[in-house]
Design a protein. Structure first.
Length: 562
């Protein structure tokens, strides 16, 4: 049987069957709708006490039946016909309403987003059609739609649909199709609306830094950020994260800017995501899903892919409950890519078996890395791990010091797989050649998702087993102090880390004198370098030897609050 879309909760099976029978109807190609079909919709809508949207193509075939408003029941962009900007989609929407009202802004924006041939609203009073409104698109960026005055059902059914649509498309073509340029659906990139919830336990600066970072994350995942919406709350709403009124604002803004994805700046539960998707009508993901998607794209080695798959499945498993048909939403895009994506629609027990299998493989990887570390220890070559916030320049520094060829880019989480290379340092006094091993590790981020911490435990052990740490900090980033705190918090959660550590402030060629002086005063024991400009590298090498040779005490990192 054909699907009935929208919110069908509480609708009886017999009513669902009657809705499904609408797919068997065929309307004439030269009319918007027949009086008989209009009355059928009126009867059904009255019976279920909900609005109904019926989407019909130009051949008169009903292609989608949904319960809800036009904004709630939009056809996903990837299911719409691909047409040039000068043409309409070839689909009209017939919808019911229980008050004689003009189409609201959300319905008109939905019509524009889908490039509908027309939007017809039938007003139902006491089970009968009282009047109707016809809306269609017009090539004027300031007023991109026209709404008819109230029409009788006879007026509506006598309109020559095929002739009118041909005229409308000609007007749009003559105007160059500019009315649709901002709604171009050809791009494969996700068009994202960010939603930030500022709670009392987070400072304003930390909140804004987090939103700015989320913009970078979405862009790193391949999405386009269209707009950002903020809300101040004591705490997140248990059902929808934001309040009911804000959900309506989010829905309206998403439709206005043409977003096909909502990204929240915090972790949200499966029930919250489901509630939001039912209300807004488009896909909703959280910050963790964006990070997992980036990891899925960046994983190059078999080792990285299995760790990403494990993280994805561990994140998704508790969120499978109650999704039902929603699982079919998964596809290419933010939060859905990677080796684990094809596993998510299987039964829970199959996923659990797969998780167990992956955990066993990670355990084997752990054992393999332990053997390699044992061999290094037997050679008595000290190991220094490069740690730091993502995009701090760790991989660039490794390349410069060791002539490695690790992939680098000005993006978050450019590299996932740890790389170890030898660097030879000449002691300034004795001129003796000393060797140390530098290990580049995966970058950290504020509130690193727990599934990643667990899945990447084999990789993170490179940090635990090192003799010393060099904490690389991007001094040019406005939130560099926040980044230091975040990295220290993540390191503190590890079971054991080296006592010896050194902060290396990177990208000093991009900072002001005031920023440099402030960092020097606050962290006098640190080194200041520019990996790309080869500044301060000899000092870093010398300090690295001193760090390794230090018998007991570590270099103290001053505590700070952000």
């Amino acid at each position: 049987m054909q699907n009935i879309y929208g919110n069908i909760q509480g609708i009886k099976a017999s009513q669902i069957k009657r809705l499904q029978q609408l797919y068997e109807q065929r309307e004439p190609g030269d009319r918007f709708i027949t009086a008989e079909f209009a009355q059928t919709l009126a009867n059904l809508s009255t019976d279920i006490h909900h609005q109904i949207c019926c989407y019909i193509n130009r051949r008169g075939q009903v292609i989608r039946v949904a319960v809800g408003t036009p904004s709630q029941t939009q056809i996903p962009t990837d299911e719409l016909p691909r047409r040039s900007a000068e043409r309409l989609s070839g689909i009209r929407c017939i919808t019911t309403q229980f008050k004689s009202e003009l189409p609201d802004l959300s319905a008109l924006v939905a019509m524009t987003n889908q490039r509908l041939d027309a939007l017809v609203m039938l007003t139902i009073i006491d089970g009968e059609i009282d009047d109707a409104f016809l809306a269609y698109l017009f090539p004027d960026p300031e007023n991109p739609w026209i709404i008819s005055p109230p029409l009788t059902l006879d007026d509506l059914t006598e309109q020559e649909f095929d002739i009118l649509v041909a005229e409308w498309e000609k007007e749009i073509a003559d105007a160059g199709g500019s009315v649709f340029l901002s709604q171009d659906i050809i791009s494969d990139q996700d068009r994202v609306l960010l939603v930030g919830v500022h709670t009392d336990d987070v400072s304003t600066q930390r909140f804004e830094d987090g939103l700015a970072e989320l913009v970078r994350l979405v862009e790193s995942a391949g999405g386009i950020v269209l707009d950002v919406m903020r809300q101040k709350r004591d705490r997140p709403h248990p059902q929808t994260v934001v309040g009911k009124g804000k959900v309506e604002e989010v829905k309206l803004l998403a439709q206005k800017v043409g977003a096909n994805l909502i990204v929240f700046d915090r972790d949200i539960s499966a029930s919250q995501a489901r509630n939001l998707e039912q209300e807004i009508g488009i896909r909703v993901v959280d910050r963790t899903e964006v990070i997992l998607d980036i990891f899925a794209q960046r994983a190059r080695t078999q080792e990285g892919k299995l760790q990403v798959e494990l993280a994805q499945l561990e994140y998704m498993l508790p969120r499978l409950r109650g999704r039902g048909q929603e699982m079919s939403r998964l596809g290419a895009g933010i939060g859905t890519r990677g080796p684990g994506e094809t596993k998510l629609e299987t039964e829970r027990r199959v996923i659990q078996r797969r998780i167990a299998q992956l955990q066993e493989e990670v355990n084997q990887l752990q054992a393999h890395r332990a053997r390699i570390r044992q061999q290094r220890q037997e050679q008595e070559i000290p190991v220094v791990a490069l740690v730091g916030y993502t995009n701090a320049g760790k991989s660039t520094l490794l390349n410069v010091l060791t002539n490695a060829e690790v992939y680098t880019a000005d993006q978050l989480f450019a590299t996932l797989d740890p790389t170890t290379r030898k660097v030879v340092i000449i002691e300034p006094e004795t001129k003796q050649r000393r060797s140390i091993l530098l290990t580049d590790t995966v970058g950290f981020i504020h509130e690193l998702p727990p599934p990643l911490m667990d899945a990447f435990r084999a990789t993170l052990e490179e940090v635990i087993e090192a003799d010393a740490l060099i904490h690389v900090v991007d001094l040019s980033h406005p939130a560099w102090e926040n980044h230091i705190v975040s990295v220290e918090e993540i390191l503190a959660e590890m079971p054991e880390i080296p006592e010896k550590s050194l902060i290396a402030f990177n990208k000093t060629d991009r900072v002001t004198k005031e920023t440099l002086v402030a960092a020097q005063e606050r962290y006098p024991e640190s080194v200041f370098i520019s990996a790309t400009q080869h500044l301060g590298l000899e000092t870093l090498k010398r300090r690295s030897l001193e760090l390794i040779d230090e018998p007991t005490e570590s270099i103290t990192i001053p505590q700070n609050s952000y």
